[in-house]
Design a binder for this molecule. Structure first.
Ligand SMILES: CO[C@H](O)CCc1ccc(O)cc1
Length: 115
């Protein structure tokens, strides 16, 4: 039979944990740049520079469509949101700072919840 999940990242609670974490990200005051896909028609260069766009509404849709295997694959997409933000925005900008704040918040929350 299939191997029993060893850590919280793989066990059956993974996906409710993802939904809870996403709800916290969406409720954060600095979430506004990340709530919906960047309008690449309105932002010059975005489509060329950012090869894999990602945002919280797309992650929500993927969760609803059961497109994440476990917490690990969910965390990869959340980190993609913040990595894209760092690539496209100066650290010393409103959106750049929002990205750093959100990444710090996310890293703290999922590591806390996994303990
Ligand atoms: C998550 O936001 C994206 O990094 C796009 C940021 C951006 C959008 C419009 C601008 O004029 C400048 C930056």
């Amino acid at each position: 039979c299939a191997k029993k999940a060893k850590t919280a990242k793989d066990d059956k609670n993974g996906l409710p944990l993802c939904r809870m974490l996403l709800a916290e990200l969406e409720a954060h005051r600095d979430a506004w740049p990340f709530l919906t896909p960047v309008n690449h028609k309105a932002v010059p260069g975005y489509r060329k520079v950012i090869k894999k766009p990602m945002d919280f509404s797309t992650i929500k849709e993927k969760l609803a469509n059961n497109q994440y295997l476990n917490l690990e694959t969910f965390i990869i997409d959340v980190n993609l949101v913040f990595d894209n933000c760092e690539k496209f925005n100066e650290d010393d900008s409103e959106i750049g700072r929002a990205g750093h704040n959100m990444r710090r918040f996310f890293d703290k929350r999922w590591t806390e919840l996994l303990q």
